[in-house]
Design a binder for this molecule. Sequence first.
Ligand code: GUN
Length: 292
Amino acid sequence: MTDARLIDGKAFAAEVRGRIAVEVAGLARDHGLVPGLAVVLVGEDPASQVYVRSKGVQTREAGMASFEHRLPADTDAATLHALVTRLNADPMVHGILVQLPLPDHLDAQQVIALIDPDKDVDGLHVVNAGRLAAGLPALVPCTPLGCMMLLEHELGADLSGRRALVLGRSSLVGRPVAQLLVHANATVTIAHSRTRDLAEECRRADILVAAIGRPQMIPGDWIRPGAVVIDVGINRVDAGEGKTRLVGDVDFASAVKVAGAITPVPGGVGPMTIACLLQNTLTAARRQAGLA
Ligand code: GUN
């Protein structure tokens, strides 16, 4: 059997960003509207600094306005809440993202609850989770949106008749991706740490979305021949000689022999997330301007 097709998230994300840039230019030309994204970073977490920098660069490259707010690690809740309230009221800001994790003394849920749901481009506000569950227009978390864009690219928008298995039930990935798969007419199962006979559940799936955060836990012989595998896992493991490397939740080497198509790690779902953040900012700007 030939190896699975590789789903190139890096190339596809670049394509999506290019399309967004064209739409942003059109909004500026036809309506004088420049979508604006505010990113709030509290503290000096190195990984978060890298993310925030990339978000700023890609936002500007797409022709949008980027507003970065860097606050010291000892910022108190009142100061952070005041900033979010100010961004909610700022007409130049259409999207607000508070980079996570926050320092321990700050409550992420409390901050997210303060964000105007129509500016919540992370899709983390309970109002957006509720809208998604109810099948109403919502801002959808970026990673699930990225998974769906890749699936749509592979299989088309209508997943009627396909069995999908989502591994993981987090509010950030598992639950929303399951909702989106239902909306796309797939028949969906959510599996998690308490699922019995996970191997059998996996073997039934035409679409497997792995989001459990356990390095290489799904071997190739759990995968249905020809299935489409979307691996959301980003796990850093020891590669010997003091080095580390990134692996997914799926054992890529064995899975690639069985699957019909598979996302690599890195270079699969990961690059899609910022593209989806830009998409959400564009969507939010359009809706706030009454253009959607
Ligand atoms: N930190 C790592 N990923 C994310 C994300 O998607 N959103 C936010 N707000 N913080 C993150």
